[in-house]
Design a protein around this ligand. Structure first.
Ligand code: UTP
Ligand code: MN
Ligand code: MN
Length: 449
């Protein structure tokens, strides 16, 4: 995982080129700004094969970020503008993924104007402490990657590079981090600079040494945290290269998919619609919420959900034409999978009402069920009726109700433009390999525990 000397030289030369391009443009345009190489490239903590450069363009407090953004747009011919708190540029430059981020140069990290202004401070903090520990950071990052918990983006909800670096600084080595992590409990607090921390609700709190009000691990979810804890324990007991480099998940063939269906004998329902043209950090939180709303709808109506999952697949299957899916289709599709313990129900349904002694409520309950199949009768002091349920098939319920659910600001409209529902064997029609690998992951659900 350690970059070779040639690889390091190559990164250094590309970084130098970017920095001097910025300086040139700043000179010719008469813009006062300072390019700063930050992130893992500046600290010698980048993984071999990773081609990611983070260059910040600092301007003085009180001036505008726009001229810096203007310069960022002119560094590489191939770029797109992205938006976090402020606009920045993501470019491809000589084979490197290049983030060009305008920021303010502030004197003190507690006086930052935007989250990105902290980064130069992170850079200084880590650079002066990481010497000699770079390999340990590389091992930790690759370990985290291998077990699927690396990355603070919302899709992953895992550990950022900076967080991995701080853990190595705190515990002295890769194995030191794993040994401590093996004992973590929810609510763990790590405070490197000895700032007494503000209260954070997060499962792991790592007080930012450059800004005590901030939790570096704010993006880490409880599940990612404890996947790491479980894997750490296991690795310490039985170390294996596979933690770092897991065997790739192979897409399921038709036959394997059928075998899974036959083994589980559950009902699988897949909901599919066109993905919006947005970045992952916007789509994934909505996707999780949408998945939960559909689950809740199914559960509310008596269809018990065993497990569900959702993902965004880029390969658009050819049979899914533009017309049918509504959207332009070139952003791929959203897929949500629901595995049901109960997918069909009898027509008759019990409804338990209020206790008889609550006269008002009892009266209302009776009058709101004018023609029950049976009842109303008294059971354990309460009124009960047996009525005909509206939906006896989960798929029928979905077809009728899914478009009226709240599925997120962008996903809702996409779904309402058109969607497809696949039940059990119909899922075999979806042949795209990304989807088949998703199914393989779903069925295996194997983590390092
Ligand atoms: P990167 O995501 O590129 O991380 O963010 P990295 O540290 O360079 O690690 P890898 O090797 O590319 O994966 C660049 C910098 O932005 C800040 C950090 O200072 C980081 O070093 N940052 C990024 C955060 O503070 N928090 C985040 O969630 C992401
Ligand atoms: Mn980086
Ligand atoms: Mn980056």
């Amino acid at each position: 995982v350690r970059p070779s000397f040639e690889e390091q030289e190559r990164l250094r030369s590309v970084a130098r080129k970017v920095v001097s391009r910025i300086e040139e443009l700043a000179g010719s345009e008469d813009v006062e700004c300072e390019p700063i190489l930050v992130g893992s490239a500046a600290r010698g903590t980048w993984l071999s094969g990773d081609h990611d450069l983070d260059v910040f363009i600092g301007v003085f407090e009180g001036s505008s970020l726009l001229p810096a953004l203007e310069i960022a747009r002119r560094i590489a011919p191939k770029f797109e503008e992205r938006y976090a708190e402020h606009a920045y540029v993501h470019a491809i430059f000589e084979g490197f993924e290049l983030d060009l981020v305008p920021c303010y140069l502030v004197e003190d990290a507690s006086r930052i104007l935007s989250a990105v202004d902290r980064t130069p401070f992170h850079n200084r903090y880590v650079s002066s402490r990481i010497k000699g520990l770079e390999d340990d950071v590389l091992l930790l990052k690759q370990f985290m990657k291998g077990i699927g918990v690396y990355g603070s983006e919302l899709k992953v909800g895992g550990f950022s590079g900076y967080l991995a670096e701080l853990l190595v600084i705190r515990y002295g080595s890769f194995l030191g981090v794993l040994e401590k992590a093996a004992l973590w409990r929810p609510g763990e607090v790590i405070d490197l600079a000895g700032h007494s921390s503000q209260d954070h609700e997060d499962p792991l709190v790592v007080v930012d040494p450059v800004d005590p009000g901030r939790n570096v691990a704010a993006a880490l979810t409880l599940d990612r945290m404890f996947q790491f804890v479980a894997a750490s324990r296991l690795f310490l007991k039985v170390p294996d290269l596979e933690f770092f480099f897991p065997n790739p998940i192979l897409p399921l063939s038709d036959k394997e998919l059928c075998e899974q269906f036959a083994k589980r004998k559950s009902t699988l329902i897949m909901l599919e619609f066109a993905a919006p043209d947005l970045v992952e950090d916007v789509v994934f939180p909505q996707l999780r919420k949408a998945e939960q709303s559909v689950r809740a709808l199914l559960d509310r109506n008596g269809f018990s959900v065993l497990r569900s999952d959702a993902d965004w697949h880029r390969a658009v299957p050819s049979e899914m034409g533009e017309r049918e899916m509504g959207g332009s289709g070139d952003c791929g599709v959203i897929r949500m999978l629901f595995e049901l313990e109960v997918a069909s129900l009898p027509r008759v349904e019990r409804r338990v009402g209020p206790p008889v002694w609550e006269a008002e409520h009892a009266k209302k309950f009776v009058s709101s069920h004018p023609e029950p199949l049976s009842g109303p009768y008294v059971e354990d002091g309460r009124l009960v009726v047996e009525v005909a349920r509206k939906f006896v098939e989960a798929s029928e319920l979905l077809r009728s109700q899914v478009s009226s659910l709240s599925l997120g600001r962008h996903l809702g409209p996409e779904l309402r433009r058109g969607y497809k529902i696949y039940v059990d064997q119909e899922i075999l029609k979806i042949g795209d390999l990304e989807f088949r690998a998703f199914m393989a992951r779903y069925f295996s659900a194997r983590e390092w525990v």
